[in-house]
Design a protein around this ligand. Sequence first.
Ligand SMILES: *[C@@H]1O[C@H](CO)[C@@H](O)[C@H](O)[C@H]1NC(C)=O
Ligand SMILES: *[C@@H]1O[C@H](CO)[C@@H](O)[C@H](O)[C@H]1NC(C)=O
Ligand SMILES: *[C@@H]1O[C@H](CO)[C@@H](O)[C@H](O)[C@H]1NC(C)=O
Ligand SMILES: CC(=O)N[C@H]1CO[C@H](CO)[C@@H](O)[C@@H]1O
Length: 344
Amino acid sequence: MKFSLLSGLATVLLSAGSAAAAAAATGTIDNGPFPDDLNGSNFTYPWPVKVFQFTSQLQPLQMAFMDIKPTCWPNNKTAVLFHGKNFCGPTWETTIRTLAGRGYRVVVPDQVGFCKSSKPAAYQFSLNQFAWNTRGLLNALGVGNVTVIGHSMGGMMTARFGLQYPETIDEMVMVDPVGLEDYVQKGVPYISVDDSAVTEAASTYGSIRGYEQAVYYVGEWKPAYDTWVNMLVNIYYGSKRDAYVKNQAQIVDMVLTSPVAHYFGDLKPRTLLIVGDKDKTAIGAQWSPPDVAQTLGHFDVLGPLVASQIPDCTLYRFANLGHAPQISDPDAFHKVLLGWLNTQ
Ligand SMILES: *[C@@H]1O[C@H](CO)[C@@H](O)[C@H](O)[C@H]1NC(C)=O
Ligand SMILES: *[C@@H]1O[C@H](CO)[C@@H](O)[C@H](O)[C@H]1NC(C)=O
Ligand SMILES: *[C@@H]1O[C@H](CO)[C@@H](O)[C@H](O)[C@H]1NC(C)=O
Ligand SMILES: CC(=O)N[C@H]1CO[C@H](CO)[C@@H](O)[C@@H]1O
């Protein structure tokens, strides 16, 4: 047993040493078709769902993803889009259509523990593991360099992906990422996975909408936002409810205990940071004492601070938007995104 673990480690070190193939998950692509109710999510995706089958932490796992071809003359680039904690791949639908219409191939995974991907009973969640899994998916698809775009928790993951795989990134975009600050360092009390699970289990349409309206959308609500709330409610009360609740609680722990805030100076890729100045998202603000909570989630301050730390960074601030500019003002968001991508 010891011998096989050691030889596995040697393989990883050897492949990490070769510039061509950075170490990542290895697996195969299953093109399906799959039933609508896949791993506990019965939401209909706007493009066919495929599955990356791989082994992770000594168990077989599946990452669901969409792979959208360019809808015009290909520009030979691939964009990979990372969803946030309260979102899934399809939340990017408008951005996918926009990028595919400009010649991009667009790959949109659901991370392990989310949406149509596996909900493992036992898993050590980390941003590094998510990056490892996702780079493995891209390798299995034969994708080399990517344009990485991540929102919320997916923006935090973009930073980690940028640290782990800089040699495979053309450029990266973080949209209202969480983790621009180290929440624990700022005084957020640690919450156990068990206590988080109680909160996760109590999630309803009303609780999710109330949180998102106040924190994400500057107090406003449009009927279109309901789609993304109902997509989550469907998983919270779906066939994998218990595993999902546990995984989501583990992911809260991951965001608290794997800060990226101390690493922004080490990011090599060309970076665009987009923030809504009215965004107030801060993991743990809800259970922090008021004097701590009031110091958290000031994207109007954090945006310029972090942009000054990242070596090659452009900052764009939406003065009147909150946490999800691609949802609340898609036209303005895509104008900024495409404008920056075209300055290459
Ligand atoms: C999934 O949704 C479809 C359409 O709403 C419904 O007919 C089906 O029963 C659902 N399946 C599950 C397992 O909930
Ligand atoms: C993309 O690659 C194809 C095939 O190699 C090539 O014909 C085409 O000119 C490339 N497009 C761009 C925009 O570089
Ligand atoms: C891939 O990205 C790296 C890092 O940005 C860059 O050095 C390299 O030239 C790119 N490779 C290709 C084929 O574009
Ligand atoms: C953990 C789990 O239930 N995974 C399932 C996810 O969906 C794929 C595709 O149908 C199944 O093969 C897995 O068993």
